[in-house]
Design a protein around this ligand. Structure first.
Ligand SMILES: O=C1O[C@H](COP(=O)(O)O)[C@@H](O)[C@H](O)[C@H]1O
Length: 241
């Protein structure tokens, strides 16, 4: 008998529209719970192409959005007017309808490099964003999550697999990767793992096959396996073909 697969709750859907509606209902319920417990709530959301329908569905959910802070789990170092900006994705697709009054905590600042803005962004996110109440992660075809790419190296502290945010562990890093055209900034796993509700939003058969490998193969060094092995509570997968 081989090693046991890493724990993962699964919710599987026939199509992306059903998934978007269900994930929006779940995240809205989590945010309402956080608002009831401590009067404000914070959600970190993935970028890329996959989340658009989910963001649109979430923007229509009824809750006290004025007390909700939204931040991207990662950012491409591009101005918010750029089509590849994750902040633009949030503003165009989530900060609409009922969610128009939510507060955005951006990562991007108009500096030439993410390194130049790292300290002020890190400080602001640590003070105003963490701990998270909810985090929704996507995954790239190469197994990256947020902007934690395979070429960071498995020993990079940003991928450390254990524990909740101990003092002194950076919640945000600047990222240079061969895989993407632009430098980036990303929440680290220790920041993402502050969320008691952690979701993976993954669509398509290829990504599902990669996720299965990451879940079952202890030799896998991809960032997605570091999420599965390190999360303090098993994440919940929302998947559709
Ligand atoms: O670059 C990124 O890619 C991943 C996956 O994006 P997708 O387009 O394949 O859905 C995303 O989760 C991450 O936030 C983003 O910056």
């Amino acid at each position: 008998m081989g090693p046991l697969p890493l724990p993962l709750h699964e919710r599987l859907f026939d199509d992306g529209d059903q998934l978007a509606q269900a994930l929006a209902r779940q995240v809205a319920a989590d945010l309402r719970g956080a608002l009831a417990r401590h009067g404000e709530a914070c959600v970190a959301l993935s970028g890329g192409n996959t989340p658009k329908r989910f963001f649109q569905a979430l923007s229509l959910q009824t809750l006290d959005w004025a007390r909700v802070t939204v931040l991207p789990v990662d950012e491409r170092w591009l101005p918010p007017s750029h089509p590849r900006s994750n902040e633009k994705l949030l503003r165009d697709h989530l900060l609409q309808n009922n969610a128009a009054v939510a507060r955005v905590l951006p990562m991007y600042r108009p500096t030439e490099t993410p390194e130049a803005a790292l300290m002020p962004v890190l400080t602001r996110i640590a003070n105003e964003g963490l701990p998270l109440d909810v985090a929704v992660l996507g995954m790239g075809e190469d197994g990256h999550v947020a902007s934690l790419f395979p070429d960071l190296g498995r020993d990079n502290p940003a991928l450390r697999e254990i524990g909740l945010q101990p003092q002194g562990r950076a919640p945000v890093i600047a990222v240079r990767t061969q895989a993407m055209p632009e430098p980036r900034m990303s929440l680290t796993l220790s920041a993402l793992f502050t969320a008691p509700a952690l979701y993976l939003h993954i669509e398509g058969a290829n990504k599902r096959a990669l996720l299965d490998t990451a879940q079952r193969d202890p030799r896998c060094t991809l960032p997605i396996r570091a999420v599965l092995s390190g999360a303090p509570v098993p994440p919940t997968l929302y998947w559709s073909p």
